[in-house]
Structures are given as structure tokens and as C-alpha cells.
Design a protein around this ligand. Structure first.
Ligand SMILES: Cc1cc2nc3c(=O)[nH]c(=O)nc-3n(C[C@H](O)[C@H](O)[C@H](O)COP(=O)(O)OP(=O)(O)OC[C@H]3O[C@@H](n4cnc5c(N)ncnc54)[C@H](O)[C@@H]3O)c2cc1C
Length: 340
């Protein structure tokens, strides 16, 4: 395990902004994780474990600590019977390659999560979801280093406190557990309808029946046409979560503004954040002052056209938050985490 000094944090965020980390190291095993934590402790330094930085923005001030990059690999498939399989993957496996390989094995459960950037170990943190699936539906167990007990533990999926873009790992137990592997319960059968409308349209247009491979194909096609590729332009995917409000608040909002695109969910009413942002005047909006923009086909996505600093990004974000709050009285919440 090699410890590097003065590392650019912009290289560890797909938004490509941020200051300098005093130290960084890549860990490839559970033992190396313990070694890295021991080194940080011996130097009395804070540490932060990350995957590939697709849900992180870094402060311009940088990080006076050890950045631990999780690169623990592994892909093990265990067929319990003809129908049920358990897939255990190392936390540092690139997520889309995990999805690709599970689909190639004929398994269903995570195919709609195709093309989401990042590592497998980060998916439970915000309960990654898209096109009608989220990982809470399939996470069987998580293996993690519990920094409180200083021991490896196994956490069952039902004990992860999963909700919409949340889990205990980004709320009550934020920073406590370092995930080293995740086991998914997948099934050897075709996903059942209803499918997400954009996926359904693709299948109908292409005259294809739904199976894990065609759902993956549909999701890749839809995502590629709608979302910017972070290897081409800096972004963190959706910068805001779709806001969830109470049914009573929605009735009031509708009385003042007419129908707003929304979905009923167990917590209340989920509003289309994209629609709110467009209506607040930020559709395909290019801000010359900050070098930031909203993506032309999905305004929830903020892109870094030529921003110089995270301060630029945050100033642009605040303009949007203020405009939506002023017009609708709805507070947009930032999805990527501002670190440290
Ligand atoms: C173009 C684009 C599209 C996206 N689309 C979606 C989408 O459809 N749905 C969705 O849910 N998300 C989406 N995202 C967000 C992002 O892909 C996910 O949040 C992803 O899981 C982040 O993985 P990562 O490895 O990059 O994590 P990082 O950004 O490196 O880390 C995210 C958080 O997890 C913590 N963390 C990372 N690894 C570990 C670990 N092993 N143990 C403990 N903590 C850890 C970090 O400390 C940090 O708090 C998108 C992002 C982009 C850029």
C-alpha cells in the first residue's frame, strides 16, 4: 500500500473541482484497509473512504487527512437453487461491470441500475436507484469494517435503514461503517411489469420482450440519450433529489400552481425536481459568471462547463435553490455530498 502526498481532489470527483488532499492511498484488501486506518490514526489524521467520486464534491480548502480509495475487487456467484442466486462483490468493483456480469449470467434484480457510475460498495450508502429499482430490493448482506467496534461485521439488508436515497450509512451511522463487500440476492427469472415508462417505450419500439438483458439495453439507451457522460463533462448525475412533500402540502401547491408532475410514494408526494427547476427559469441554463450549467435534457443535472472552483458550483446551486423556493416554497436538497 503506497501513500501519496498532495493529491488533487478534483481527480476524485466526477464534478472535477476541489482542493488538495494531504495524503491518499488505494486499498485492495480488508487487511490494507485496517493498515490504512492504522496509519491515519498513528499520524493523528482524519480519513475518508471513497469509491470513484461520482457522488462527491470537494471543498476548495482541500482535506488535511488521508483519502482512502476503495479498490477491493471480487465477484462470486452462488446459486442456491434454480431460481435464487447470491452475488458477492468487492466494494471497489465498478458498479456497471457488476450489473453487466449479473445480466450476462441471466440474473434479474439490478439490471435497471445499468450505467450508474461508481463502485459497488457505494451503492448502499444512498440506496442507489433508477428506473424502478433500487439496491434496497436486492441487498442481502453487507460486510463492513465497523470503526466503533474496530471489527468486521455483517449487516443484513433489512438492518440498513434504507429509504429514498438514504440508508443508515448516510444518516444515523454516517462514517461509521466502511463497506468492503456487498451480497445481492438475484433471481433467475424475467422482471415483471409494470416497467418504468421510458423502458416500456423502448421495449415496445424495438419489439423486444422484457428480460434482464433487454431491460439493461433499454436503460443504457435511455440514460445515454438523457444524461451527460462524466468522462466528457464534469457532473455528479442528479445534483438534487426529487423533493418529497406531504399530501396536504401538495394539495395547497396544486391550488396555487395547477398540476405538477408528481408520484405518490409512501412518505407523501414526490415532485419532479426537473420540472420545478425548469419552471423556475433554469432550463438549459448556462451561467457565464460561474461556468456552470443545467444539462439541456435533464435540469436536475448540473454540469461543470468551465467553473474554476467549488465555490462557483455552490453559488450556481444556490441560485437554483432560491429560485425554486421563491416560486414554489419547496426546498431542493443537494444529493452529492460536500466533503470534507
Ligand atoms: C452521470 C451520473 C449519473 C448518476 N446516476 C445515478 C442514478 O441514476 N441513481 C443514483 O442513485 N445515483 C446516481 N449517481 C450518483 C452515483 O453514481 C452513486 O451515488 C454512486 O453509488 C457513487 O459511487 P462512488 O463509488 O463514486 O461513490 P463516491 O462518490 O466515491 O462516494 C459517495 C459516498 O459514499 C461513501 N463511500 C464510498 N465508498 C464507500 C465504502 N466502501 N464504504 C463506506 N462509504 C463509502 C463516500 O465516503 C461518500 O460519502 C449518478 C452519478 C453520475 C455522475
Amino acid at each position: 500500500m503506497q501513500i501519496l502526498q498532495n493529491v488533487s481532489l478534483a481527480d476524485h470527483s466526477t464534478m472535477r473541482l476541489g482542493g488538495i488532499a494531504a495524503y491518499s492511498c488505494e486499498i485492495a484488501s480488508r487487511a490494507e484497509l485496517v493498515e490504512a486506518l492504522g496509519w491515519a490514526s498513528s499520524q493523528q489524521l482524519p480519513y475518508r473512504v471513497i469509491g470513484s467520486g461520482s457522488n462527491i464534491i470537494w471543498a476548495d480548502e482541500g482535506f488535511q487527512g488521508l483519502l482512502i480509495i476503495n479498490a477491493i475487487k471480487g465477484f462470486e456467484l452462488y446459486d442456491e437453487d434454480e431460481q435464487n442466486s447470491y452475488l458477492t462483490v468487492g466494494a471497489g468493483e465498478p458498479w456497471d461491470s457488476v450489473v453487466e456480469r449479473s445480466v450476462a449470467a441471466g440474473l434479474s434484480g439490478i439490471e435497471a441500475l445499468s450505467l450508474i457510475p461508481g463502485t459497488a460498495g457505494a451503492t448502499p450508502i444512498q440506496n442507489v436507484g433508477a428506473y424502478g429499482q433500487d439496491v434496497s430490493q436486492t441487498v442481502a448482506t453487507i460486510e463492513a469494517y465497523d470503526t466503533s467496534q474496530q471489527a468486521y461485521v455483517t449487516i443484513p439488508g433489512f438492518d440498513c435503514g434504507f429509504g429514498y436515497r438514504t440508508s443508515r450509512f448516510n444518516t444515523s451511522d454516517r462514517g461509521r461503517f466502511i463497506i468492503t463487500s456487498v451480497t445481492f440476492h438475484l433471481v433467475r427469472s424475467n422482471p415483471l411489469p409494470p416497467y418504468y415508462p421510458a423502458v416500456e417505450h423502448y421495449l415496445t419500439d424495438m419489439h423486444k420482450a422484457a428480460n434482464p438483458a433487454t431491460i439493461r439495453e433499454a436503460v443504457i439507451s435511455v440514460r445515454s440519450s438523457k444524461l451527460p457522460d462524466p468522462s466528457i463533462i464534469g457532473n455528479n448525475g442528479s445534483f438534487f433529489a426529487n423533493p418529497i412533500i406531504s399530501t396536504g402540502d401538495y394539495t395547497q401547491l396544486e391550488a396555487g400552481h395547477g398540476q405538477i408532475p408528481h408520484w405518490e410514494v409512501s412518505e407523501g408526494v414526490k415532485l419532479s425536481g426537473a420540472w420545478l427547476i425548469e419552471q423556475a427559469g433554469f432550463k438549459d441554463f448556462h451561467d457565464t459568471a460561474t461556468g456552470m450549467a443545467t444539462w439541456y435534457s435533464q435540469p436536475l443535472v448540473l454540469v461543470n462547463e468551465h467553473a474554476k472552483s467549488t465555490a462557483d458550483l455552490l453559488a450556481f446551486k444556490q441560485q437554483i435553490v432560491n429560485a425554486v423556493a421563491a416560486k414554489f416554497g419547496v426546498q431542493l436538497e443537494q444529493e452529492p455530498e460536500l466533503l470534507p
